[in-house]
Design a protein around this ligand. Structure first.
Ligand code: HMG
Ligand code: MG
Length: 302
């Protein structure tokens, strides 16, 4: 049954900005995040405590989170951040953050490219990270990347994705986000993958979908996942996004496109569409190019 309410998990400041060529100032990032929170987005993933040489675009993660805590207090410390390992967790703990996300790969090649670890070695990195985060009272989300296809390995077997996803979730995560990192998935595949996870014992409430729109399939895939009962969707304001370590990864499903679909279906989400569009236009000004979101273009005009 299609859910009556959906949680939009905004990833624009993290997934959106990690791939930008130009330098975005800390101040602009902080304002971007605050505007998204003010637009009613219930969860805004703010940045990544990864190695600064691996993702220089987010090297100011500590400054961003300190500024948000100064301006927003506990609400700032509640915003989730990516941490790949214990070093990243330490950096998040030092700032009193409450929500972290680890990110694994369903394929061997992407584990190597994105994490400098083999498929198996990634668990040795995540296990103590999740354990210590949970012991410190933090909430942990887990992502799996390359759930539908991998640019080096091609099609990814569904049982391989389920195996990695369950193993990550069982470390102690509260939610598993299934990533179509390079946007190759299609609606039937989405249905099959969710079915395989539920057959393996996972509840649809524990799953989120993370679509990239590279092949223009993100909304069709979202509708397919809604029909399977999924009620959390990752999206990025203006459709920014991509992964620097996955060739051909482009923007995420745009938050505005998702909101338009949900509004048409009468599904509650609590987000002010006009405020997100205005934020994406403002950000497009800083990035020096128009938003790729069809809904932003339609509503904002030329
Ligand atoms: P490594 O080089 O193997 O690290 O990188 P290491 O463990 O060997 O440590 C080497 C040095 O780095 C050490 O310093 C560590 O302290 C330091 P030294 O002792 O030599 O002076 N170090 C760190 N410093 C700061 N913060 C840290 C950190 N970790 C180690 N966290 C590592 C391994 C995982 C760190 C690296 O591969 C990395 O940072 N990868 C992140 C890549 C990334 O952020 N990709 C994008 C996010 S994933 C994504 O976009 C997909 C998603 O959207 C879902 C989807 O679309 O599918 C989530
Ligand atoms: Mg992504």
């Amino acid at each position: 049954m299609i859910p009556s309410r959906v949680t939009i998990y905004e990833v624009g400041p993290r997934d959106g900005l990690q791939n930008e060529k130009g330098v975005i100032s800390t101040e602009v990032k902080v304002e971007f995040i605050q505007r998204l929170v003010a637009a009613g987005l219930p969860i805004v993933e703010a940045t990544s405590f990864v190695h600064p040489k691996w993702v220089p675009q987010l090297a100011d993660a500590a400054e961003v989170m300190t500024s948000l805590a100064d301006r927003m207090g506990d609400a700032g410390r509640d915003l989730p951040v990516l941490v790949p390992n214990e070093r990243g967790l330490d950096r998040a703990l030092e700032l009193g953050l409450k929500h972290v996300a680890v990110f694994g790969s369903a394929t061997e090649t992407f584990a190597q490219k994105n994490l400098n670890r083999s498929l198996d070695e990634q668990f040795a990195m995540f296990e103590p990270t999740v354990k210590r985060a949970r012991a410190a009272g933090l909430d942990v989300r887990a992502y799996v990347s390359m759930c539908f296809g991998d640019p080096w390995e091609g099609a990814v077997p569904i049982d391989q994705v389920v195996g990695v996803g369950k193993r990550l979730f069982d470390l102690g995560a509260s939610q598993l986000s299934l990533g179509d990192t390079i946007g190759v998935g299609t609606a039937g595949h989405v249905k099959q993958l969710i079915g395989a996870f539920t057959e393996a014992g996972m509840r649809t409430d524990d799953l989120a979908m993370h679509f990239h729109d590279t092949y223009g399939q993100a909304l069709a895939n979202t509708f397919s996942a809604l029909q399977e009962g999924i009620s959390t969707f990752d999206a990025s304001a203006g459709g920014l996004g991509g992964c620097p370590y996955a060739k051909s990864a482009t923007g995420n499903l745009a938050t505005e496109d998702l909101v338009w679909l949900l509004d048409g279906l009468g599904i509650e989400h609590g987000v002010d569409l006009g405020a997100v569009v205005a934020t994406s236009q403002w950000m497009a000004g800083h990035l020096g190019r128009p938003s790729p979101s069809a809904v932003v273009r339609a509503l904002a005009g030329p």
